[in-house]
Design a protein around this ligand. Structure first.
Ligand code: GDP
Length: 474
């Protein structure tokens, strides 16, 4: 196993905590740590063992070095470690002062301070995992919802990249054959069976196209579902937002039209992240300031992946509701109809509203079902049903189901799309009976793009840009 010079960094979050872990990796990491450690001799210890002792400053003449801290040292032996190098993890008390002292002592002994992502980069270079998985390490750390954690973890475990690597290998064999044909110039030879090549290419497309399509959903998992709450002024949007966020974020007032600013906030329901966008009321209006709000609301619907239409159950007419339903239908966005102020009206009245829009045949074409109305009281925070409907809306989306591979990384999307385009051109070329050199050109592009995706083809620039985004110590 290739081992580089020893590097050291704090692996846990900086700041004060019960314990902090400092990681040392590289050639001689164990012997180096041993020089500052009093307890058992570390160099003789097998991997995956932990040892209690003291970590010390340098000896002064005959005086043994003073104690920096009591520590627990875990030894990992190459290749059975995260980086596949010799690794030592020093658990000390979680004080910034102690951490600094230990790191200083380690550098005196020859370790270098690690750059951001350098541990993961070494793990990648030593074949611990491919590039997609290496990037997933960063995502697993950054994941702050159950869903994004699940997506990152599935990529870390190999996700889609192993399958793509196998297919790429098969493609390499074909490219070799096609290029061999080129060597024969004018002679009419065909080493690469066109039908087999075509089948392989469409196979690969069959794998990457769902991945490309998963990006929208994957992005939602990682960055949250952009959700907009719309409704007329005074419908109770700010109150609902507050109830959802459980804190006073938006201005609540009795004066219609006062919530003009767009407020964005985040909310977790059943491990799904929602990005809530509160807007001014959506209605036809001549008021210019309000009109800006309305135009903006339409833009918000455009940007949103999910729309909550909130109406005042007391004062909204069936006509208004039908107009709104028509507009929402037209937008093509999934939406939830929510009647507010349920505390002020009877169940009977609630049923009458539902009846009115259903009977009036809100749908002249009769094709769509009228979506059910959900009744809430934003003021009394009776919103549990709305919350579960929100999370159900997202969960019915295929990509939220565990197990299916999801692309969450823009870099991956870019390579997948470029691969797909190159393959589409190559397939068309095969179908048109085009000469081998054209086919070979697109096949080479596809190979390079796939290779860059998984890290089989890398440039220093690419590695630099990926790993520098990691935090130090990772
Ligand atoms: P917005 O203009 O849509 O943001 O509406 P607000 O959130 O500012 O609410 C307008 C008024 O309706 C405020 O006085 C709220 O207290 C009141 N309100 C909101 N939700 C409810 C509710 O569920 N029941 C009752 N009775 N009043 C509510």
């Amino acid at each position: 196993m290739h081992q580089l010079h020893p590097i050291a960094a704090l692996a846990t979050a900086p700041g004060i905590g019960a314990i902090a872990v400092i990681r040392v990796s590289g050639e001689g990491a164990i012997a180096l740590t041993d020089k500052a450690f009093r307890g058992k001799r570390l160099v003789g210890q097998p991997g995956h063992t932990a040892h209690f002792g003291t970590f010390r400053h340098a000896d002064r003449g005959n005086e043994p070095g003073s104690v920096i801290d009591e520590v627990l040292v875990t030894v990992f032996r190459s290749p059975h470690s995260f980086t596949k190098e010799d690794v030592v993890e020093i658990s000390c008390h979680g004080s910034e002062y102690i951490v600094r002292q230990i790191l200083t002592r380690l550098t005196e002994l020859g370790a270098q301070l690690a750059r951001p992502g350098e541990f993961t980069q070494r793990a990648f270079l030593n074949g611990q995992f491919d590039l997609v998985q290496a990037e997933a390490v960063a995502d697993v750390i950054a994941a702050d919802s159950a869903a994004s954690h699940r997506a990152a973890l599935s990529q870390l475990r190999g996700g889609f990249s192993k399958r793509l690597k196998d297919l790429r290998q098969q493609l390499i064999d074909f490219v070799a054959l096609v290029e061999l044909e080129l060597d024969f110039g004018e002679e009419d030879v065909e080493f690469a069976k066109r039908d087999q090549l075509r089948r392989l290419m469409t196979n690969i497309q069959g794998v990457i196209r769902p991945l490309i399509e998963s990006f929208a959903a994957g992005n939602v998992i990682k960055n949250g579902v952009p959700t907009v709450i719309i409704g007329k002024p005074n419908a109770g949007k700010s109150t609902l937002l507050n109830a959802l966020l459980n804190e006073e974020k938006a201005i609540v007032s009795d004066i219609p039209g006062t919530t003009r600013d767009v407020i964005e906030d985040e909310l977790f329901i059943d491990g799904v992240r929602f990005r809530l966008i509160d807007t001014a009321g959506l209605r036809d209006t001549t008021d210019t300031i309000e009109a800006i709000g309305v135009a903006r609301t339409r833009q918000q619907i455009e940007k949103a992946a999910l729309v909550v239409y909130l109406f005042d159950g007391q004062s909204t007419t069936p006509e208004e509701l039908r107009e709104m339903i028509a507009e929402l239908d037209e937008s093509g966005k999934p939406y939830i109809l929510v009647g507010n102020k349920a505390d002020l009206i009877t169940l009977h009245q609630q049923a009458a509203v539902t009846d009115a829009i259903t009977k009036a045949g809100g749908r002249p074409d009769g094709i769509h079902e009228v979506p059910p109305i959900l009744w809430i009281s934003a003021k009394n925070a009776q919103i549990d049903e709305l919350k579960s409907t929100l999370s159900a809306q997202v969960r019915t989306n295929g990509a939220m189901q565990t197990g299916s591979a999801v692309v969450t990384n823009a870099r991956h999307l870019q390579h997948l799309t470029a691969t797909d385009e190159a393959l589409a051109r190559a397939v068309a070329a095969v179908d048109a009976g085009t000469s081998a050199d054209w086919i070979a050109m697109d096949l080479r592009i596809a190979l390079r793009e796939l290779g860059e995706l998984t890290g089989e083809v890398t440039t220093d620039d690419l590695l630099e840009s990926i790993f520098s985004r990691f935090c130090i110590g990772k």
